[in-house]
Ligand binder design. Structure first.
Ligand SMILES: [Zn+2]
Ligand SMILES: [Zn+2]
Length: 218
């Protein structure tokens, strides 16, 4: 059963609609190209900024089409809820500071699917040896830009707080409610420590040492 609470109202604090539901991508600034569209699978690292909590803000490092890596800021709402709000772009009614009706209906439909046990995102927790639902704000590292059909995904488990590394398709990350039936699992338990783990974990991701394939299908 899914243990996620779904807020009855979804405050969107960032007045710039960074998420583009039409393309399923986030808009970031690139020094070379101006504004660029970046799908979740092109993210490289996510770290919650200390201090900010209303809303929580995440610093994202992403692989840009210009060939460089850049940083951008994304709120918790944009990470976890904007991809579920569909193609209503922009999805924020700036007059009322509320989600527009079509997006709200899509979010309610998403909430019903979640309550029925469908997971918008999931991963296989190595420490607990079971699939778990997750939201993008729990993603910590992604790798595999050179090989686009598979990416390494490090997730900080919302339940046990250990880090698991799965090998998944880009759609598994980019498309809500699409979950790979089987994922690769790197058989190593990481205790998440933002000061030490990233280099170690990223090395594992890039090594691509996958010891098993595990079922995610609920
Ligand atoms: Zn760029
Ligand atoms: Zn876990």
């Amino acid at each position: 059963m899914v243990g996620w609470g779904f807020p009855s109202t979804l405050p969107i604090h960032n007045r710039i609609p960074m998420y583009d539901g039409l393309t399923g991508s986030y808009r970031f600034a690139c020094p070379a190209r101006g504004e660029v569209s970046v799908r979740l699978s092109r993210f490289l690292a996510l770290a919650r900024l200390p201090g900010a909590s209303h809303p929580a803000v995440y610093e994202v490092t992403f692989a840009c089409d210009c060939g460089c890596e850049h940083e951008g800021l994304v709120t918790h709402d944009e990470l976890d809820w904007a991809p579920l709000a569909g193609s209503g772009s922009p999805f924020l009614n700036v007059m009322t500071d509320r989600l527009e009706a079509s997006s709200a209906e899509l979010l309610e439909a998403a909430a019903r699917r979640i309550q029925a046990g469908e997971w918008p995102w999931s991963f296989f927790c190595y420490s607990e040896e079971r699939p778990r639902p997750v939201f993008p704000s729990a993603f910590r590292l992604l790798a595999g830009a050179a090989k686009r059909d598979e990416i390494g995904l490090a997730v900080e488990c919302p339940t046990c707080a250990h880090l698991s590394v799965n090998v998944v398709t880009p759609d598994h990350v980019d498309v809500p409610f699409y979950n790979d039936r089987r994922v690769g699992v790197v058989e190593h338990a990481f205790r998440w420590d933002p000061r030490r783990a990233p280099a170690q974990v990223r090395a594992s991701l890039l090594d691509g040492v996958v010891a098993s394939r595990r079922d995610l299908a609920a």
